[in-house]
Design a protein around this ligand. Structure first.
Ligand code: AMP
Length: 117
């Protein structure tokens, strides 16, 4: 647990949140302010700030977890595509400084713009 970190509090159960999925190293929750229908966050239980702070075993685990979560949410939303997004550092738009991967299932005309085009 790091200081006042909101995601550490969610991991610890201090902020009650419905977990969509949980395994040894990660939790998956709905984003409280979804940019698209089905917007999920994959959050490591261990507090790390950005992608570069993940251990190599956690990288591997994150990819496996992401694969599973994407299949699940595509099935649930009927989306045919998705974005995976990680903001690293304030200058890149990171607001919560506990690493999290956004999973954004996409639909035609949903108007989400991730800024890479
Ligand atoms: P960012 O740090 O910019 O990658 O985004 C942080 C994301 O966390 C935003 O999309 C917020 O809506 C989301 N968020 C912040 N607090 C909570 C919370 N308590 N539960 C779920 N999502 C949250």
């Amino acid at each position: 647990m790091k200081g006042n970190c909101v995601f550490c509090k969610i991991v610890a159960g201090d902020i009650p949140t419905k977990k969509i999925l949980e395994n040894k190293h990660f939790i998956v929750i709905k984003d409280v302010n979804p940019k698209v229908v089905g917007h999920l966050l994959i959050i490591p239980k261990k507090h790390v700030a950005t992608f570069l702070d993940l251990s190599s075993s956690l990288y591997e685990n994150l990819l496996k977890t992401t694969n599973k979560v994407v299949k699940m949410i595509l099935e649930e939303t009927g989306s045919k595509g998705y974005n995976l997004l990680v903001n690293n550092g304030s200058v890149a738009g990171q607001v919560v400084h506990h690493l999290h991967l956004h999973v954004l299932p996409r639909k035609e005309g949903d108007r989400f713009r991730c800024g890479v085009d």
